[in-house]
Unconditional design. Structure first.
Length: 407
């Protein structure tokens, strides 16, 4: 599991995606959302290597298809992102619109058309208003700035209540190397990478295959361990750009790779936790830890089942230490284990021992599930493997948001 505490190997710095050298960003309003900025542009002044991971939903939005066709190359310059319209289930016309949106940015920037990527998030089934998109892209290019990371993080939001951004710095060969990130996502989130978009930047130098391997590893251990409501979006995309502007030399398995991977994991874990914390209608971040499993796959399946249980999530919303719902969810996960060996903790309060209720203080248990951060730990005592999943509580506000999202 990625480290959550700051270590002396890197430090957090301001700036988000524009903290690494050579990256600029901007945010403008082009009229896709009811209010606020709704189009962001992220640009590398030097050609960058790009890596990506995408939704496994069989229904994939047009921008996802465009990005999948273009990532893995070494001459990429960035991505243009709109919020308020997913450009999903829009047919060949929608695909053409996605290509055109990237081309608008490329032409305005004076870079090759295929060097720009495109992402969209919002309502499914509507064509993009291309006149508004073109005008917005032109404004975004004119507004690019090395200090635009925070503005861009705000422009990509839909039902999110706050931006999600982070950057870190570490040294390699006496030179600073930076990694920045921003993400959006609040509902329709159960990544097999949700609607979830994440954009990562680094001024490090990595080969395309190595960059892709680092991103895939990091996403599997962080973004793929988040669930808000069990639904996987049509638009899930995580992109990582590396532009070699740090001048610290190439990162290789023998030179800095472990440090880079650890720092990248720290960035993606932070963003993943913030996605869960800001789930639609959520009042608390919930961490589900399953220990002592025979395999990591078993532990992950158990943790996800508990995290997606409406009965568990609604109990947590009410601050109810109804641990029986956790045991119920574990038992239906389809994983073989011996209930008589299990123990369960709500925070620091042990409520189950050897599969049966343990003597515990009810008020202490209530307090353990009433804060803004809650941890549930299930130990199977059946092996040495473990997994952690992040989720949130399920409130009436989630229903209200999604009952009229389209209208």
């Amino acid at each position: 599991m990625p480290k959550r505490a700051v270590t002396n190997l890197w430090r957090e710095i301001p700036g988000g995606v524009t903290a690494p050298c050579g990256f600029e960003a901007s945010a403008v309003r082009c009229g896709l959302k009811r209010r606020g900025t709704d189009l962001a542009l992220l640009y590398s002044v030097a050609p960058a290597v790009a890596a990506g991971v995408f939704t496994t939903n069989r229904v994939q939005a047009a921008p996802v298809l465009v990005c999948k066709d273009r990532v893995g190359r070494g001459n990429m310059h960035g991505v243009v992102v709109n919020a308020g319209n997913a450009n999903a289930c829009t047919g060949p016309e929608g695909y053409h619109d996605a290509v055109q949106m990237a081309s608008f940015a490329a032409e305005a920037l004076g870079v090759p058309s295929r060097s720009m990527l495109v992402c969209s998030t919002g309502v499914i089934g509507h064509r993009l208003p291309m006149e508004k998109i073109e005008a917005g892209v032109e404004k975004a290019v004119a507004a690019l700035t090395p200090n635009g990371g925070d503005d861009a993080a705000a422009a990509i939001l839909t039902t999110d209540t706050r931006p999600k951004a982070i950057a870190v710095e570490f040294e390699l060969a006496g030179r600073p190397v930076r990694i920045g990130g921003m993400a959006k996502g609040s509902g329709m989130i159960a990544p097999h990478l949700a609607t979830m978009l994440a954009f990562l930047t680094t001024d490090a130098e990595l080969a395309p295959a190595q960059l892709q391997a680092c991103l895939a590893s990091s996403a599997e251990r962080t973004f793929n361990r988040v669930t808000v409501d069990g639904d996987t979006s049509t638009n899930d995309t995580v992109l990582l750009f590396a532009n070699r502007q740090a001048e610290a030399g190439p990162i290789t398995p023998k030179r800095g790779l472990a440090r880079f991977q650890a720092a990248l994991d720290y960035v993606t874990a932070h963003l993943a936790r913030e996605l869960a914390r800001d789930g639609e209608g959520a009042t608390k971040l919930v961490e589900i830890r399953v220990l002592g499993a025979a395999t990591e796959k078993d532990a992950l399946r158990l943790a996800r089942t508990i995290a997606n249980s409406p009965l568990v999530k609604t109990a947590l919303a009410g601050g109810d230490p109804n641990w029986g719902r956790v045991m119920m969810a574990a038992g239906r996960a389809g994983v073989r284990f011996k209930p008589e060996l299990t123990e369960l903790h709500l925070g620091e309060v042990q409520v189950v021992s050897e599969g049966a209720v343990a003597p515990y203080d009810l008020k202490a248990a209530e307090k353990a599930v009433s804060g803004k951060e809650v941890t549930l730990t299930l130990d199977l005592h059946s092996g040495a493997e473990e997994a952690t999943v992040w989720t949130c509580d399920l409130t009436a506000e989630y229903v209200r948001i999604n009952a009229d999202y389209h209208t």
